[in-house]
Every structure is written in C-alpha cells, then in structure tokens.
Ligand binder design. Sequence first.
Ligand code: ZNH
Length: 141
Amino acid sequence: MLSAQERARVMQVWDLIAGHEAQFGAELLLRLFTVYPSTKTYFPNLGACPDRVQLLSHGQRMLEAVGVAVQHLDHLRAALSPLADLHAQVLRVDPTNFPLLIQCFQVVLAAHLQDEFTVEMQAAWDKFLTGVAVVLTEKYR
Ligand code: ZNH
C-alpha cells in the first residue's frame, strides 16, 4: 500500500499529466512498440504500422484508466475490475508485458517532466503502477 507521502507524489505527477492523456498515452505506446516489439502482437490494428490517430485514441483510453486508478488508490481492485476481466479473459495479455509498459511509462514521464520528476516521484509512481498491474493480471488464474 502507498504511504500518505507516496500518494501525494502520485497525485502530483498526475496533475502534470491530466489534460494531456492522449499525447502521453500515444508516446507511451510508441515507445513500448519500439523498445519491445513483441508487445505489438497484441495490437493487430495498431502495432504493425502505428497510425498517429489510433495511437492517440488508444493512448488516451489507457491513460484515462490510469487516471481512474489515481482517483481510487484505496479501491484499485473494485475500480479496475472490468478492465482486469478484459485483459485476463478477452485480450489475454501475458503478465510479463506489464513491467515493460511500466518501464516505458517512467521514461516518458522523465523525458517530459525532467527535473520535476524527482527520484521520490519515480519510486512512488513505480509502486502505484505495479499495484495497477497486479490488479489487471490477477484474474488470470
Ligand atoms: Zn491494455 C485495451 C488499459 C496494459 C494490451 N487497455 C485497454 C483499454 C484500456 C487499457 C483502458 C481499453 C478498454 C476498452 O476499450 O474497453 N492496459 C491498460 C492499463 C494498463 C494496460 C491501465 C497498464 C497499466 N494493455 C496493457 C499491456 C498490454 C495491453 C501491458 C499488452 C502489451 N490493452 C491491450 C490491448 C487492448 C487494450 C491489445 C485492446 C486494444 C483495442 O481495443 O484495439
């Protein structure tokens, strides 16, 4: 669980992203597909030749879900339950992909926010995203 200080840091970072979900999300996906090409196999419409409009639209949906998680830090499991069903039962994304996305997310944040994205913020954000990934992958069993 996140400490009060970690929560504050997660919120602080989210305030910098909010309103730019599509751009951050598109960059995240492009980075994920480029650095870890195997992740493209899950996105038949998007991975092969990433189209800017689709990257923005899927990126926005993904980041909006992250925003929902930020608003429900105490109830991640309940808030993300439908999304967990989708990833486990429909999309069947292998859980090993989540740490790859988390890593790319942090690089995108660092590239944008630079000195504003402090070591402490990265630590809090890593813990938060790992919590989200745990919820999204726990219905696989
Ligand atoms: Zn995911 C989808 C989120 C991870 C793959 N996703 C999705 C969506 C969302 C999300 C919101 C949409 C839904 C609807 O529409 O309903 N994800 C998310 C998050 C995360 C994720 C938050 C983390 C953090 N995913 C992921 C990964 C992968 C994926 C890692 C792989 C690699 N997803 C996916 C897919 C899809 C999704 C494939 C589908 C797409 C379409 O639709 O096309």
